[in-house]
Design a protein around this ligand. Structure first.
Ligand SMILES: Nc1ncnc2c1ncn2[C@@H]1O[C@H](COP(=O)(O)OP(=O)(O)OP(=O)(O)O)[C@@H](O)[C@H]1O
Ligand SMILES: [Mg+2]
Length: 358
C-alpha cells in the first residue's frame, strides 16, 4: 500500500484550473521530488497534500486514509518552506520545541526530544542562540529540526534551499539525503532545480502547466524522457532537438537541407510524418572531415568547462551543441565535423510531443 495516494486531483482558483488531474502513488519511505518550471503547480500540489489548500476534485490518502477533509495538523505531515519563518525572539531550543509545547508535551520529554533532534542535525551547541545569530544554513537546519521533532509520517519540502548560496545548497542536499537515510520518513520535495532533483530523488515527478509529464527514477527520466518537454527540461546542457521528417529512403530531413541517416529508427520512419529528433550533447562528437556520416558545421562559440567544453555550432541552419574533450585550439567561425551517436537518439511526435518508441 502506498503511503501517499493522489487520485485525479484537480485544483481551480475561481474559473482558472491550475492542476488538471494528477495521479501519483508515493511508497512508504520513498524520497520523491516534484520538478517543473515556475508556475506549473508544484507548490499547489504539495499544499494540497499538507492540507493548506483545498482540493477541487479527486482524492488524497495518507497511510491508507482519505485526508481530503482533514485539518493540516491531523495529517501527520511536517512542512519545510523556502522562508523558514523561525520565531526571531525565540532561541533555537524554543523554536524547535514550540510545536511540542503547543501540544502540551511535558517539559522533560520536550527537552529530551529537542536535544536528540538538535544533535542529529548538528545544532546542539547553538540551542541558546536566536535565529538572528545564525548563518542561513544553520537557520535552515533549525527549520528541519522543528519539522523533525514532531516525528511526522511525511516530510513536505517546498524549495527549502533556494535562499542559500550554491555551496551551502550542496551541503544541505547531502544533509537531507543523510537524514532521509537515517529516519526513512516518506518525503516529498519540491524544486525547479533539476540538479537538486536528480541528486535527491528516488522518484521524480515532472510537472508542466498543471499536468504530470512523467514519473520515474532519475536515470529512467534522463534516458527515456516521455515527452519533448521532459527531454528539453532534464539535462544540462539541454538535449539537441530537431524538427523534421523522414523521406522515402528513411533519411531524416531537418533544417535547411540537412539529412541524417538514422539506422536504428527502423519501423517508425513513416515518410512525411512530422517528428522531433533528440540527441544529447554528449552523444554529439567532433570527428574528422572524411569520416562516414560527418556533418559539416561552423563553430558559433565555445564554452570552456575545465575538463571538457561545449561547442555550439551551426549546420544546415540548425544549432548543434556537442561535448568536446579533445582540447585542441578551436575558435568561433572555425569549420568542424560532427557525428551523432545513432544508438542514442530520441524521437517525439511533432503533434503532441509524446515519445515515439522504437
Ligand atoms: N491563491 C491563488 N489564486 C489564484 N491563482 C493561484 C493561487 N496560488 C497559485 N495560483 C496559480 O497557480 C499556478 C501554480 O502555482 P504554484 O505556486 O503551484 O506554482 P509552482 O510550480 O510552485 O511555481 P514556483 O516554482 O514559481 O514556486 C500559478 O499559475 C499561480 O499563478
Ligand atoms: Mg512554488
Amino acid at each position: 500500500m502506498s503511503q501517499i495516494s493522489i487520485k485525479g486531483v484537480k485544483k481551480s482558483y475561481g474559473k482558472s484550473q491550475v492542476v488538471h488531474g494528477v495521479d501519483v502513488e508515493i511508497e512508504a519511505g520513498e524520497f520523491v521530488v516534484i520538478l517543473g518550471p515556475s508556475g506549473c503547480g508544484k507548490s499547489t500540489l504539495l499544499r494540497m497534500i499538507a492540507g493548506l489548500e483545498g482540493i477541487s476534485a479527486g482524492e488524497i490518502s495518507i497511510g491508507g486514509k482519505v485526508v481530503n477533509d482533514l485539518e493540516p495538523r491531523e495529517r501527520g505531515c511536517a512542512m519545510v518552506f523556502q522562508n523558514y519563518a523561525l520565531y526571531p525572539h525565540m532561541t533555537v531550543r524554543q523554536n524547535i520545541g514550540y510545536s511540542l509545547k503547543v501540544a502540551r508535551v511535558p517539559k522533560a520529554e520536550r527537552d529530551a526530544r529537542v536535544m536528540a533532534v538538535a544533535k542529529s542535525v548538528g545544532l546542539e551547541t547553538f540551542l541558546d542562540r536566536r535565529p538572528g545569530e545564525l548563518s542561513g544554513g544553520q537557520r535552515q537546519r533549525v527549520a528541519m529540526a522543528r519539522a523533525m521533532v514532531r516525528e511526522p509520517k511525511v516530510f513536505l519540502f517546498d524549495e527549502p534551499f533556494s535562499n542559500l548560496d550554491a555551496k551551502l545548497r550542496v551541503a544541505m542536499r547531502a544533509e537531507v539525503r543523510r537524514l532521509h537515510r537515517d529516519l526513512g520518513v516518506t518525503s516529498v520535495f519540491v524544486t525547479h532545480d533539476q540538479i537538486e532533483a536528480m541528486t535527491l530523488a528516488d522518484k521524480l515527478i515532472i510537472m508542466n502547466a498543471g499536468n504530470v509529464e512523467q514519473v520515474g527514477r532519475p536515470t529512467e527520466v534522463y534516458n527515456n524522457p516521455a515527452s519533448r518537454f521532459v527531454a528539453d527540461f532534464i539535462g544540462s546542457p539541454a538535449m539537441n532537438l530537431f524538427d523534421g521528417e523522414f523521406d522515402a529512403e528513411g533519411q531524416f530531413l531537418y533544417g535547411k537541407g540537412g539529412r541524417m541517416a538514422v539506422p536504428l529508427l527502423n519501423g517508425v520512419r513513416s515518410p512525411g510524418r512530422k517528428v522531433v529528433l533528440g540527441v544529447r550533447p554528449e552523444s554529439v562528437r567532433r570527428i574528422g572531415a572524411d569520416a562516414h556520416g560527418a556533418i559539416p558545421a561552423v563553430v558559433d562559440y565555445v564554452e570552456e568547462l575545465g575538463a571538457s567544453r561545449l561547442i555550439h555550432a551551426e549546420a544546415n541552419g540548425s544549432r548543434f551543441v556537442a561535448v568536446d574533450t579533445d582540447m585542441t585550439e578551436i575558435t568561433s567561425g572555425m569549420p568542424v565535423h560532427l557525428s551523432i551517436d545513432g544508438t542514442a537518439l530520441h524521437l517525439f511526435s511533432a503533434e503532441d510531443g509524446r515519445r515515439i518508441t522504437h
